[in-house]
Design a protein around this ligand. Structure first.
Ligand SMILES: NC(=O)c1ccc[n+]([C@@H]2O[C@H](COP(=O)([O-])OP(=O)(O)OC[C@H]3O[C@@H](n4cnc5c(N)ncnc54)[C@H](O)[C@@H]3O)[C@@H](O)[C@H]2O)c1
Length: 313
């Protein structure tokens, strides 16, 4: 299969992530089938996809014509045979469960043995999923960041039996539709970006639980400090630029200090039981009287401005 042969994409599962993926694939001109377990779930998916497309129009990212054309190209079905037949790419975003995903990949064998199976899974191993397919070489994780119709990153993870050719086609496919794919050579729980997010959150939460700083101020420290740079460059490049002699200079100069921070930093292997309640209390103060929905709307508005600024829109 070549990238240019990918014309029909199936989004299995039309929840938060599946509907957002479907929005993106429709926006990029692909024929998209949205498959879910019942009509109610499909109706929910359609409402989400239509409102995502309306949002893109409202923000001036796509025209009304593009949105109308995208809506007409979307096919909603519970029928796996109808969805999978003649598909080249399957983006699976069903429940986060081995049983569910293993069943889907084995069903796919019947109707689309050559299509790429790409799971959105945030934490499952593709090697465990591909065991249930007679064509394990075509299975990958293609993990997005929420919401996939706005955030460019896709983490492509290889399983034990995934072929390099499939990884390369998937990589080129995502590039061709303006995504920013990375390849994870060795599968590990949480892939790459979620592990980094978790490392940051562990420290952020620990600072609160230890009485070092309030929830609001830890969040402000991230967003008005390193967060601003992280939208532009990653942690390695940041340290490269921190010293005239690059990262070697940074680690030499700050190394002893950094080692003392590392020694003091926590290394939990489990989320402390009281973390959720204590942090929720702090979040009430941070959010004042604004709802989560208001923050999400504001976040998506600002994300669009950042994406435009860095040339991703
Ligand atoms: N929510 C996130 O922030 C996020 C981010 C990245 C990746 N993911 C991953 O995306 C996947 C979906 O997560 P979500 O948050 O969209 O969940 P969700 O619960 O919002 O949606 C899941 C959808 O899958 C459907 N479904 C369940 N079993 C199915 C089956 N056998 N066939 C077809 N459809 C089925 C459900 O009806 C539902 O519509 C998970 O694997 C998750 O790890 C989630």
């Amino acid at each position: 299969m070549r990238v240019q042969d990918i014309k029909k994409v199936v989004c299995v599962g039309g929840g938060t992530i599946g509907a957002s993926w479907a929005t993106y694939y429709l926006w990029k001109g692909l024929n998209v089938y949205i498959q879910d377990i019942n009509e109610e779930a499909l109706a929910r998916a359609k409402t989400l996809i239509d409102s995502n497309l309306d949002f893109l129009v409202q923000k001036g990212i796509i025209t009304t014509e593009v949105s109308n054309d995208a809506k007409e190209r979307a096919v909603y079905t519970v029928d796996m045979e109808k969805a999978f037949t003649n598909a080249q790419f399957v983006q699976e975003s069903a429940y986060e469960s081995y049983e569910v995903k293993q069943k889907i990949v084995s069903e796919m064998d019947k109707y689309a043995p050559k299509a790429i199976y790409a799971s959105s899974s945030s934490g499952l191993l593709i090697s465990e999923i591909q065991k249930f397919s007679e064509y394990p070489e075509r299975c990958i994780i293609a993990h997005p960041f929420n919401p996939p119709h706005l955030i460019p990153l896709v983490e492509i993870v290889k399983g034990e039996k995934t072929s390099d050719k499939i990884v390369s086609i998937a990589y080129d496919f995502f590039k061709s539709i303006d995504k920013e794919p990375i390849i994870v050579d060795k599968e590990i729980p949480g892939h790459v970006a979620n592990r980094i997010s978790m490392a940051v959150w562990r420290e952020a939460a620990d600072l609160v639980l230890n009485g070092v700083c309030s929830v609001k101020d830890v969040d402000r420290a991230v967003c008005y400090g390193p967060g601003l740079r992280y939208a532009l460059m990653g942690p390695h490049l940041i340290y490269e630029l921190a010293h005239p002699n690059g990262i070697i200079g940074t680690l030499h100069h700050l190394g002893p200090s950094m080692n003392s921070w590392l020694e003091d930093m926590r290394d939990w292997k489990e989320i402390p039981e009281n973390a959720a309640e204590i942090i929720q209390e702090g979040l009430r103060d941070e959010m004042e009287n604004n709802s989560s929905q208001e923050f999400m709307t504001w976040r998506d508005d600002q994300l669009i401005e950042i994406l435009k600024q860095i040339g991703k829109l």
